[in-house]
Design a protein. Structure first.
Length: 220
């Protein structure tokens, strides 16, 4: 096994939770900037929450126009734009020309065909793919695990691009999921919460430690 995966803590809504994630060593802190979702935060508030932290900042966006996406990303100081809607490749092409950020395209995978079609459509314009399980009516963050063959999923993601594994992860499951899927990044939101939008500090620290520990175990 190679390097331990990078870790993203997403759906952050409170300053204390951002600081815990940052101090625990998370590589990314994520904020849902599109409005109307359970963990949405206004862009100006997200910028306040993230101020002064070390971790890279991820703007989670759903079907925003390039102009509105850029406005939100610039206000946050985003390093990554994570796109969860039906944005076409032309949107990613436009965003690539408008800022220095990394672009991740999300896919809610009911079947391997869902992953394959998304990769074929976006591989030339995305820097990575976030793969999570399917849950009807959800655009992400619902804790839906991927019910697909791990090796088959891994083979579909080009090695040159980030493979972000999300959905149903927590401190108890992340190590085994990393061994099976071999992602570049693991992403958690509800799996480290004591209630929606409220992170549990102990769970955040345990998740980061469990994800980081996979390579240490494999290296023995």
């Amino acid at each position: 096994m190679g390097e331990a995966p990078r870790v993203k803590i997403c759906g952050l809504m409170r300053r204390e939770d951002v600081l815990v994630a940052d101090s625990a060593g998370a590589d990314y802190v994520g904020f849902v900037l599109s409005q109307g979702f359970g963990r949405s935060v206004e862009t100006t508030r997200a910028a306040e929450l993230a101020a002064g932290t070390r971790a890279a900042k991820v703007a989670v966006l759903v079907d925003e126009s390039p102009d509105s996406a850029v406005s939100a990303a610039q206000a946050l100081g985003a390093d990554v734009l994570q796109l969860h809607g039906q944005e076409g490749p032309h949107v990613l092409e436009a965003l690539r020309d408008l800022g220095p950020w990394t672009l991740w395209k999300a896919v809610r995978a009911r079947t391997l065909d869902d992953v394959e079609r998304t990769v074929e459509r976006y591989a030339s314009v995305a820097d990575g793919f976030l793969v999570e399980g399917w849950k009807d009516g959800s655009m992400g963050g619902a804790g839906a695990r991927i019910g697909l063959d791990a090796e088959a999923v891994r083979r579909l993601i080009p090695e040159a691009l980030d493979f972000v594994l999300a959905g149903g992860l927590d401190a108890e499951t992340v190590a085994e999921s990393v061994r099976r899927f071999r992602p570049d990044v693991v992403d958690v939101s509800s799996g480290v919460e004591r209630e929606p939008g409220v992170k549990d500090a102990g769970a955040v620290r345990a998740f980061v430690a469990a994800a980081r520990g996979v390579r240490a175990e494999a290296s023995r």
